[in-house]
Design a binder for this molecule. Structure first.
Ligand code: GLU
Length: 499
């Protein structure tokens, strides 16, 4: 067992293929790599595995880098940062892989294959007809190496295949699952380099991991199936193997089936920038994903980055599938927002208000931030909770002002008396304590529960049934405006009572 707290500086990497949106699974892989690099004083490398030209896009690469930076998972080497092993995009490293493939050919671990696609299709069809699993039949494996080399040198179209041992077995070790053994007879002579000279993932990743001095590989468990191929390549070169840890898969919130893009809704996303746009903060997301697949000793408390770094351990990674629990994310997000200082919260909330078309006054927003801090789960909730502070006066309809069990006339009286009481306080008496005292006394005088009166006043002043605390809200809105709004509500109720 490795004591992860004592290993020498680790060199770890995240090696995404940039297709589509960057999701929380990728973010978790990046986070674990990052935490381990920071813990051991090593380096976290970002390598872009973009050799599949049909599926990889520059937009997807830009998105994943934006997402990682937004999460605070900054790479030490990689695109835009550089480093001793640049370039870090595999498309720019084509020649390196080709040379390594040729080296494997020279060492007798790989061979040139000249079979045309039509022949391969025919071989496959025959194998399927015989109900045996389709694989390369080895025609070119049998060629004398000198002949293969000569034909390739003469420019004949070819791929390079790995010469998988025909007998024996390959055992690989996953740190979380222990030894995994597969019969070599089940492994095809897989392709290392395609006919266009581009290496396939298996070769490119292993060559890069070696050249970049990678000591530990944390990656998704979808790579367990091809894991033996990777070990075969490394061993054919005679290189040292990194420590491998294949991370658990994510399950849907129900626990049934793997989480997928189809599970994204308007309130949930599995994409990092999607969660950002829904109003989640990076600190909460990092905490949440860190706990999906590893234990850090605390499930409930928000951990700081320093605590995540110190608490990460290879020995606490779990191979079992992890359920994606959005309530937990809400919980962490709300907790994080509650500990923010007002100015910080205001700054984070502002873009969401602006996105909703509001132009929040900075001073008012600063006063509002502490009022909503206990009440919002996402930054976006601020729009619903506090948007009215930045809009013109609400004009609630009489029905919205009616309190259950009271007539329009009774409600009208309540508002009129409340308005008189507030007015009577004068400008100097417009304080939290005085408002509370006067309005509680009024409710009692009217024989109402304070809650009844307050909910009526809330709708009158804010236009909505849910808002930050009433008296604080009134103070932010200001005495004159509060009186004006109560006047409007009084008129509405008067007309309703007369109708
Ligand atoms: N390019 C692979 C992917 O996108 C990387 C797998 C690995 O980390 O080795 O998942």
């Amino acid at each position: 067992m490795i004591d992860s707290h004592n290993v020498k500086p680790a060199r770890v990497r995240m090696a995404p293929s940039p297709t589509g949106h960057f999701h929380i699974g990728g973010a978790r892989t990046a986070l674990y790599n990052y935490l381990f690099a920071r813990q051991t004083g090593g380096q976290f490398i970002l390598r872009i595995e973009d050799t599949d030209l049909k599926r990889n896009t520059p937009e997807a690469q830009a998105e994943l880098m934006e997402a990682l930076r937004w999460l605070g998972i900054q790479w030490d080497e990689g695109p835009e940062v550089g480093g001793p092993h640049a370039p870090y995009n595999q498309t720019a490293r084509k020649q390196i892989y080709l040379e390594h493939a040729r080296e494997l050919v020279a060492r007798g671990h790989a061979y040139y294959c000249f079979c045309a696609p039509e022949r391969l299709a025919q071989v496959r069809a025959e194998q399927q007809a015989r109900k045996v699993s389709p694989r390369y039949d080895g025609l070119c494996r049998a060629l004398p190496p000198a002949e293969g080399a000569a034909r390739a040198a003469a420019g004949e179209k070819h791929v390079i295949r790995f010469k998988t041992p025909k007998t024996g077995a390959t055992t690989v070790r996953d740190y979380l699952r222990g030894d995994i053994t597969v019969d070599n007879s089940t492994i095809d002579d897989f392709i290392l380099v395609k006919s266009d000279g581009f290496a396939l993932y298996h070769l490119a990743a292993m060559v890069d991991d070696h050249l970049m001095g990678i000591t530990h590989v944390f990656r998704g468990s979808e790579w367990l199936g091809t894991f033996p191929l990777h070990a075969l390549i490394i061993r054919a070169f005679g290189w040292e193997e990194p420590v491998w840890a294949h991370l658990s898969v994510f399950l849907k919130p129900s626990g049934k089936g793997k989480m997928s893009k189809r599970d994204v809704t308007s309130e949930q996303s599995i994409f990092v920038l999607g969660l950002r746009d829904l109003g989640y903060v990076p600190e909460a997301i990092n905490n949440w994903i860190a706990l999906m697949g590893a234990s850090f000793g605390s499930e409930e408390r928000l951990l700081t980055e320093a605590e995540l770094i110190a608490g990460f351990s290879l020995d606490h990674l779990s191979p079992s599938a992890a359920r994606v629990n959005f309530e937990k994310l809400d919980y962490f997000n709300g907790q994080y927002l509650r500990q923010l200082e007002a100015g910080d919260l205001a700054a984070r909330v502002r873009p969401f208000l602006e996105q909703a078309g509001l132009r929040p006054d900075p001073e008012v927003l600063r006063q509002v931030a502490p009022l909503i801090r206990e009440r919002i789960v996402t930054l976006d909730d601020a729009v619903e909770m506090a948007g009215f502070f930045f809009r013109s006066a609400p004009r609630p309809a009489a029905e919205a002002l009616l309190v259950k069990g009271l007539t329009a006339a009774q409600c009208g009286t309540s508002v009129r008396l409340a308005r008189a009481a507030i007015s009577g306080l004068g400008a100097a008496g417009f304080t939290h304590a005085a408002l509370e005292e006067a309005l509680r006394a009024l409710a009692e005088g009217l024989g109402q529960k304070p809650g009844q009166l307050f909910s009526l006043l809330r709708v009158a002043v804010t236009g909505q049934p849910v808002s930050p605390p009433l008296f604080e809200t009134m103070l932010v809105i200001g005495r004159d405006e509060v009186l004006r709004r109560l006047g409007f509500a009084e008129d509405q109720l008067a007309s309703a009572a007369a109708a």
